[in-house]
Design a protein around this ligand. Structure first.
Ligand code: UT7
Length: 328
């Protein structure tokens, strides 16, 4: 059995921070950020939470699909920036939507998270365990960023995207995914709960100012990894499923940096028009970037029935992967 995306939704916070606002905080410029990343502005939470954005994106996706909350039997929220640990974000979304029949859990795989959440839901659906899934990527990365570090604060943004998946009689595609924990130091963020509670002292709070409690990234290393591994994994997934590259209508890549998307398109032989981007508006929203882009394209009417789409994610772990889907 295969799966079909039958609805999409997203939620973008209305509060905007443009590159000039960032240049007021750190030594950078609008010109540098545009040239090196493609980002012009990003939307940041201002009262919203990872859960509230996930809930709204999920609600909009269900509405689009014409699926009632009671029909959903699986909710997966991909996030590294949840405002809750217990209960998990997916259970909070279930409660917010009234999806009383759903089984709910979160998945943490940073910028590859949506691809892995999609694959997990697809495997459950294909195996006949569930028949309707709501897969959400939601991030409030602005809470995890050191706003004094120009190597990271220029890049990231907040938001949520969601897709409704249902079983379908068409061809089943197998995904390709990889992880390399040996290269984990390229992108790190310590949990603020990593210390033994008995060790806590008044000085403890100061440790949040440093020592890895904000996101740290070796941008160059991640960039080089992405431009090499993403074209490779896309070729792998096409070969595994005996699908020709020219049969693919859209390549929806994690929106990490415009130059990464440009380079992947070039290495695969383009055309760049098949590699849509919205990073200029939202920045890098980690696991939310692919479903936000998917929803934007869907609502603009760019996705046509029968089109084939590759989604590809990459990021901390290091992790990377790609999947193929038939549209509606
Ligand atoms: O989401 C998945 C994981 N993340 C990614 O995929 C991100 C991948 N990496 C990147 O997008 C890029 O590496 C960055 C955007 C983070 C950085 O761009 P870069 O072209 O790799 O810059 P760089 O770190 O190599 O720095 C080049 C120069 C340096 O100056 P010198 O040594 O050449 O004089 C930096 O000090 O640019 C300087 N620089 C900046 N200048 C102005 C670094 N950051 C900034 C800045 N503004 N924000």
């Amino acid at each position: 059995m295969a799966v079909n995306i039958c609805g999409t939704g997203s939620y973008i916070p209305s509060h905007i921070m443009d590159n000039n606002d960032i240049a007021a905080l750190v030594d950078t410029s609008d010109e540098w950020i545009r040239e090196r990343t493609g980002v012009e502005r990003r939307h940041l939470v201002n009262g919203e939470t990872t859960v509230s954005m996930a809930c709204e994106a999920g609600r909009r996706a269900l509405q689009y699909a014409g699926v009632s909350p009671e029909e959903v039997d699986l909710i997966i929220v991909s996030t590294i920036s949840s405002n809750v640990i217990l209960p998990c974000a997916a259970c909070e979304v279930q409660n917010g939507l009234g999806a009383v029949n759903a089984t709910c859990f979160d998945l943490s795989a940073a910028c590859t998270g949506f691809v892995l959440a999609y694959n997990t839901a697809a495997a459950y659906l294909a195996g006949g365990v569930y028949s309707t899934a709501l897969v959400i990527g939601s991030e409030s990365l602005s809470n995890l960023i050191d706003w004094r570090d120009r190597g990271t604060c220029i890049l990231f943004g907040d938001g949520a995207g969601a897709a409704v998946l249902r079983t379908d009689s068409r061809k089943m595609y197998l995904p390709v995914t990889h992880s390399d924990g040996g290269k984990g130091s390229a992108l790190t963020l310590k949990s603020r709960h990593d210390r033994n509670v008995l060790d806590r002292s008044p000085q403890d709070r100061e440790r949040y100012e440093g020592d890895g409690y904000f996101m740290q990234m070796d941008g160059k290393a991640v960039f080089q990894f992405a431009v090499k591994k993403v074209p490779e994994v896309i070729r792998e997934v096409l070969e595994k499923n005996s699908v020709g590259q020219d049969e693919i209508d859209w390549f929806l890549l994690h929106q990490a940096n415009k130059r990464i998307v440009d380079s992947v398109a070039k290495r695969l032989g383009g055309p760049i028009e098949k590699f849509p981007m919205d990073i200029q508006e939202y920045g890098n929203t980690s696991s939310a970037s692919i479903p936000i882009l998917l929803d934007e394209m869907n609502r603009k009417g760019l996705l046509k029935k029968g089109q084939k789409i590759v989604i590809a994610g990459f990021g901390a772990g290091l992790t990377w992967g790609a999947s193929i889907c038939d549209w509606m």
